[in-house]
Ligand binder design. Sequence first.
Ligand SMILES: [Ca+2]
Length: 270
Amino acid sequence: MKTLIKLKTIAASFTLVIGLAINLAGVAQADFLGVAEYADTVSTKALYHLNQTSGTTANDDNSSGRSAINASLENSPVWTTGVLDNGLHFTRNSTQRLNMGNVLNTGSFTLEFYFKWDYIYTSELGNFFGADSTLFARGGLITHDPAPATAKVTFGVRDGSGNWRQIDGGDTYSLDTDWHHLAFVREYDAGNNQTSIRYYLDGQLAANTSWAGGYWTTSNPLIIGQTIGGTFDEIRLTPQALSTFGNTIPEPATMSIMGLGALMLKRRRP
Ligand SMILES: [Ca+2]
């Protein structure tokens, strides 16, 4: 009996070690999966679930009763499987894009989406989004590791003098070819005349900077895609600076340690 108990203890310890290893891997990878679509609210600017299968309009979910801002598919991006139901795919180095119109016209905003990068060539980079001509705000991939296929994300906006203020993904090659949640935030504090920009990967702050003064304004449309290759889903624009994003959970590897922990607790009961 003693031997059996000991074996059980060893087995439990072994399970713990394996579990921790899986958990650490999960933290390092930090993937998050969407578990539910965002609910539209009156404080949302635009929300695209991208669940259509055809057509050249991405319908804004304005079920809260606010005015709809439907977006236009230009140059034939392709409806495909997303992270939650359907999504929209853009071919690398093409002109395929989603035109959201003049929507980046608030001092503070949060643009977020799920993205699954097509890794095909080592030179494959590009913008997630941008505002045409003056490019007053943009986010994309600037460099990536040769192998495995991981890339560094950049986010920049022009300050009040027109100079670029840019953050580069916390100097880590953090984006791989799994689904990820990305959020780009500009916050303008009118009382202190201070502007901040932040980039979040899978709900975690990855890079930020701030400066005294304001920001460059534009009436150009917000364009999603156009150069980058990959699939977008669940695009949401909020005219506020968000720091939490609601509907994300740890990837299954991280969830597994929670399951293992629960199992261990159960087994330790007399
Ligand atoms: Ca979707």
